[in-house]
Design a protein around this ligand. Structure first.
Ligand code: NAD
Ligand code: DAU
Length: 364
């Protein structure tokens, strides 16, 4: 039985992970620590809120004293660290909070873990799992081999630079102090509870509302898409069977240009509207409600500064050593994700609050 502290557990991936863990590890204690930097994230744990194993604490990871007492009082033995500022565009507009949370915040957590686990020896065994990103490896050309765990770091945005710094701190706490750490670097996630400022959920909510689909630059940038359920299983494998001090890449094996992905989403939406006439009255502004192709909303906009051209993950290490396999194809995953947004309109309308609209208007 584990006793987990899940930082950022109310965010997109964190909440999916908490749902997954409670479903597969009944009886484990799960303490979620999240600052709720987006008010809407409050709702992401609704389906499991009544579970007696779950305890939610709204706090900042940089509150070292609070984290220390949680680790001590709850006898927690595992930290799964998701909490971060995670949106590249926001990091371009305002890098300071990224340095504060991703670097200083991660270091505060490491300090708390070192004190309670290594100095006070509060638990017999411990594990600090750090969730990171493929963006720390930089940008690939069309012909470069995919990122492996030994690809040199070359972060290009303030976001990826702060994630790279946090990865180095986690590594240093293992080598210097003997903290039992693992790190996973994954590609672009998508799925339920994805905040609609990121590409896929933004396209879905804009398609339904008949709003432009903003394509940065020429739309030929490539991402390697990973369904969040596959990511959660990958993290679970690393926590349970990964070797301390090791890094594991987690990918979905699904590279696509942004334009290909957006065209696929448009086809899925058009097909849904053609099949289900009730959608026409639910979403009267969608072009598909009037028999027009959803692709008519595609709008080319100014490129993201320093926009990385291509990410691709080589995840043979986690496949060979821990038995990981991505199970969700991009096509299946996109269909399931669109169906989730259709079934959860209340959720996405609620998260698109005042602060969300302010960020979107600053961006586009
Ligand atoms: P998210 O923005 O949806 O969630 C992050 C959560 O962290 C939010 O609930 C937020 O309230 C919380 N948080 C932010 N600052 C905090 C602080 N100071 N103290 C406590 N909580 C704080 O992001 P996500 O997409 O779920 O990403 C989770 C992690 O996975 C991040 O570390 C991110 O770098 C990493 N990651 C994400 C992706 C992706 O495609 N989304 C891919 C690779 C890696
Ligand atoms: O690779 C992992 C990373 O994936 C994570 O570390 C980040 O936390 C996560 O946000 C994501 O970063 P990206 O920048 O790749 O994701 P985003 O959804 O912001 O953009 C995906 C691609 O789509 C990217 O090439 C930019 C482009 N894009 C994005 C938006 C929001 C557009 O063309 N139009 C848009 O409106």
């Amino acid at each position: 039985m584990r006793r987990l502290l899940v930082t950022g557990g109310a965010g997109f991936i964190g909440a999916n992970f908490v749902h997954h863990w409670l479903q597969h590890h009944a009886g484990d204690r799960v303490v979620v620590l999240d600052a709720l930097t987006y008010a809407g994230n409050r709702n992401n744990l609704d389906p499991v809120r009544q579970r007696p194993e779950l305890h939610f604490v709204q706090a900042d990871i940089a509150d070292t004293a609070l984290v220390e007492s949680l680790l001590r009082d709850e006898r927690l033995d595992t930290i799964v660290h998701f909490a971060a500022e995670s949106h590249v565009d926001r990091s371009i507009h305002g890098p300071d909070t990224f340095v504060q949370t991703n670097v200083i915040g991660t270091h505060s957590l490491l300090k708390a873990a070192r004190k309670v686990w290594l100095e006070e020896k509060a638990v017999a065994q411990h594990r600090f799992h750090h969730v990171s990103t493929d963006e720390v490896y930089g940008s690939l050309s069309a012909t470069d081999p995919a990122f492996t765990e030994t690809t040199p770091y070359a972060p290009n945005s303030p976001y990826s630079a702060t994630k790279a710094a946090s990865d180095h701190l986690v590594r240093a706490y293992h080598h210097t102090y003997g903290l039992n750490v693992t790190t996973s670097n994954c590609s672009n996630n998508y799925g339920p509870y994805h905040f609609p400022e990121k590409l896929i959920p933004l396209m879905i909510v804009n398609l339904l509302q008949g709003k432009p689909l903003p394509v940065y630059g020429d739309g030929q940038n490539i991402r390697d898409w990973l369904h969040v359920s596959d990511h959660c299983r990958g993290i679970e494998l690393v926590i349970n069977n990964g070797v301390a001090g090791q890094v594991y890449n987690i990918g979905g094996g699904a590279e696509a240009t942004n334009l290909t992905l957006i065209n696929s989403m448009c086809s899925i939406v058009d097909a849904h509207f053609a099949r289900d006439s009730a959608l026409k009255s639910r979403f009267p502004n969608a072009p598909a409600a009037h028999g027009k192709p959803s692709t008519s909303l595609i709008t080319y906009v100014k490129d993201r500064p320093g926009h990385d051209r291509r990410y691709a993950i080589d995840c043979r290490k986690i496949e060979n050593e821990l038995g990981y396999r991505a199970q969700t194809t991009l096509d299946t995953g996109l269909r399931a994700t669109f169906a989730w947004y259709l079934a959860n309109e209340t959720w996405w309308r609620a998260v698109m609050d005042g602060s969300y609209r302010e960020c979107i208007s600053q961006q586009y």
